[in-house]
Design a protein around this ligand. Structure first.
Ligand SMILES: Cc1cc2nc3c(=O)[nH]c(=O)nc-3n(C[C@H](O)[C@H](O)[C@H](O)COP(=O)(O)O)c2cc1C
Length: 207
């Protein structure tokens, strides 16, 4: 069985274009035995990082300390899945606050990464990861008129915990009407149709 974790981090939840495309993509993977765990970070918010957590994470507290309950729950959920889908809008040039909070809970010293003199070494297993990035304007390629801090940031953050097999698919120009939306969806589908067979081969080798 392939276990997929789908993180949905935008305010439109399952009405978002990114979510629609993620579900289409999962179906197109053509895997017969799939279990999907959906975590909607906006509909079911996770708690903010409080002082108790901030103290615990900087003071050698035990992994099962109650301050880490949410962090532990989210890390275990990540560990229990073989493939990751992240549906995210671009909010002010980077990840939305809901996804940043998930990152803050999941990147935890001596749990999801070790600090070494050479930098952070990830402790999570690598897995195929698809990130669908929706934006009202354009953030990738020649049409981009704004900086993209989302893609390099999320790539770096995931790599710090060991997730390096990450593929980004932009869905751009979504505020420019239905034709622009269809064009964005088609472009992303096109890119996915190139990546999916490669991922399927990689996946077969990993198993
Ligand atoms: C608070 C907020 C900030 C936004 N910031 C940006 C931005 O920096 N760049 C951009 O192109 N679009 C921006 N948008 C537009 C959203 O990215 C776009 O509406 C959204 O991704 C729609 O995609 P979806 O249907 O997949 O959710 C912003 C929207 C909101 C609500």
């Amino acid at each position: 069985m392939t276990r997929i974790l789908l993180l949905n981090s935008g305010p439109h939840s399952d009405a978002s274009h990114g979510y629609r495309l993620a579900m289409e993509t999962i179906a197109a993977l053509g895997m017969d035995n799939v279990q999907i765990t959906e975590r909607d970070l906006v509909k079911s918010p996770i708690p903010p990082i409080g002082r108790d957590y901030a103290i615990a994470v900087t003071s050698d507290s035990a992994h099962n300390a109650k301050e880490f309950d949410w962090s532990e729950r989210l890390i275990v959920e990540l560990e229990q899945n073989d493939m990751l889908f992240i549906v995210t809008p671009m909010h002010n040039f980077t990840v939305p606050a809901a996804l940043k909070l998930w990152i803050d809970h999941v990147i935890r010293i001596n749990r999801s990464f070790h600090a070494t003199p050479q930098g952070k070494v990830g402790l999570m297993k690598d897995r195929p990861t698809f990130v669908l990035v929706s934006s009202g304007g354009f953030h990738a390629g020649e049409r981009a008129k704004q900086a993209d801090f989302l893609t390099p940031y999320l790539r770096y953050a995931l790599a710090s915990i060991g997730i390096n097999n990450v593929h980004f698919f932009p869905l751009e120009g979504l505020v420019f009407g239905p034709q622009a939306v269809e064009r964005a969806m088609d472009e992303a589908r096109q890119q996915l149709s190139v990546q999916l067979p490669l991922t399927a081969v990689e996946w077969a080798q990993l198993r």
